[in-house]
Ligand binder design. Structure first.
Ligand SMILES: [Zn+2]
Length: 187
């Protein structure tokens, strides 16, 4: 998987692009959704569990369930947060997509147990532009083991994997901070 810092950087850029500057609390609440899928690694369950298209739908389905619950209780009120729940799903989807292009994910787990590794490359050659797009089935749950925590075999798991990721992360942090700095600090 891409490093935690890389996932955070992409999330910060996307949130900064689409969320209104006065909604800084919602912006901050959305940030964890960019790394939510990696909870499976930290609590020691298989990486397929939270890296699939069904988990992507969790925020939207949570909204639907919450609204239904409020209706049953007779607490019908207008919930205007639907777009933020959708946005949370988009952030989870971006995480899964980035991982899919890095080492592969179990897209359709638990229905299909295979992990798919996507690839894309655009390059220039003497003869012109060249593209390569691929999707490789790299194995099933049980056959494919992704190293997500340090072990004697894989002693180091990068939180920020390179200088490029570090610079990108700092830029994303600055963009986010400058956009959502609470109004009291803007003057
Ligand atoms: Zn991940």
């Amino acid at each position: 998987m891409p490093s935690l810092g890389w996932h955070l950087a992409i999330s910060l850029f996307v949130i900064s692009s689409f969320v209104d500057k006065n909604e800084w609390k919602k912006a901050v609440l959305l940030v964890p959704f960019g790394i939510l899928s990696d909870i499976d690694a930290f609590i020691g369950i298989h990486r397929a569990t939270l890296h699939n298209i069904f988990f992507i739908l969790t925020p939207v389905l949570s909204f639907v369930a919450l609204r239904a619950l409020l209706r049953v209780r007779g607490e019908v009120r207008k919930m205007q947060s639907f777009c933020y729940f959708c946005f949370a799903s988009v952030l989870v989807a971006l995480h899964v997509l980035l991982d899919a292009f890095h080492t592969g994910v179990f897209f359709f787990y638990p229905v299909v147990l295979s992990s798919y590794d996507l690839s894309f490359r655009l390059s220039v050659r003497e003869t012109g532009l060249s593209t390569a797009i691929g999707c490789e089935n790299v194995g099933k749950v049980g056959e494919v083991v992704y190293a997500t925590v340090p072990s004697p075999g894989v002693p180091e798991i990068p939180l920020i994997g390179s200088g490029i990721e570090f610079v990108t992360f700092i830029c994303a942090l600055l963009v986010f901070a400058l956009k959502f700095l609470p109004p009291v600090f803007r003057h």
